[in-house]
Structures are given as C-alpha cells and as structure tokens.
Design a protein around this ligand. Sequence first.
Ligand SMILES: Cc1cc2nc3c(=O)[nH]c(=O)nc-3n(C[C@H](O)[C@H](O)[C@H](O)COP(=O)(O)O)c2cc1C
Length: 172
Amino acid sequence: MACTPEELLNFLKTRRSIRRFKPVPVPKELIIKILDTARFAPSAHNSQPWRFIVVEDPVIKEKLANLHIGAKPLRSAPQAIVVVSDKNVSPDSYLIDGANAAIYIQLAAHALGLGTVWIQTMRNIRDIQRILDLPENLVPVSILAIGYPDEQPRLRERIPLERLVYYDKYSK
Ligand SMILES: Cc1cc2nc3c(=O)[nH]c(=O)nc-3n(C[C@H](O)[C@H](O)[C@H](O)COP(=O)(O)O)c2cc1C
C-alpha cells in the first residue's frame, strides 16, 4: 500500500523520542531490517563509515545506562544500537555520516511501530570505547535505546518556521 506524500511527511512529523519501553525484546529480524535500511543513509563520498553494535547483554546495557543521567532510558529498553563511525574512513565527516545512519535507524524503527531515543555519546567517547572494546578510530556517535513504546509522549515544542527560514542571506 503506497503512502501519499502527505502521509509520508506526517510520518516524519510523528516520530517522538521514547524513553519508556515494554519489557519485550525486539525480534532480531526487525533489528536487522532496521539496520539494513540504515545502510541507505547518505555519507560523504559514499564512505559508509558506520558500524552498528546491537547491545543485548543486560550487563553491557547497564554500563551504558550509567554513563550519564540522560542515558537512563537504556534501563527499560530491551536492546540498544550503538552507531559507531570510523574517523579513518571519513576523516572530515564521520560524525555527520554516523548521525545520518542514526536518524535512519530512528525513522525505520518508527515505521515498524518501535520507539527509540538518541542517547548522547560525545562527552563519554572513551568510556563507551572501553565498554564496547572499540578501537580509537571507531567513535560512538549515537546510542539508540530501542523497544516497544510504553508511553505516548506529547510533541516537544518546535521553533516556528518563520524564525528559521531566510532567503539568499541571513538577516536579523
Ligand atoms: C544529539 C542528540 C543527543 C540526545 N541526547 C539525549 C540523551 O542523552 N537522553 C535523552 O533522553 N534524549 C536525548 N536526545 C533526544 C532529544 O532530547 C529529543 O530528540 C528532543 O527533545 C526532541 O524530542 P523528539 O525526539 O521527541 O522530537 C538527544 C537527541 C540528539 C539528536
């Protein structure tokens, strides 16, 4: 069943960060389907510097949940996907490339009725590298808690369009 353009745009607008999950694991086939979709994210020179670490081990997941206060949603999430990006493969753009893959994961999960929240990594790069046995060139760009939503969060306020858009040059 094909979606109309309006339905597709509405799909993008209805993604929400989910921080409370049902205690039900996401089947491996769905995780793989999501990661297969993430491969189609754009990257500089099509370098595809991303690798995906699916965290299922509760001990490892708990270590990630303890990284900082904002990582708490990992406690109720049955799984996590850590997007790491190789700075040797895409030296100028590895963070952007990795972020592109992460948002593809969030949107693919949303399409399948799953919820995600992006957990900040940038202040804990070394710790995450240690927890996941990552070499120095593999930088964790995003940890995505993933699972079946156990909440329906309201829309977080968005800046009105007229305060965001300029034509030709920026002006005050
Ligand atoms: C780079 C980045 C870092 C984020 N870090 C966290 C985090 O550590 N913990 C958290 O609960 N949410 C985190 N978020 C989710 C944002 O808070 C959320 O996307 C934002 O409030 C908008 O809400 P929405 O995703 O429901 O539209 C992060 C999002 C991004 C893009």
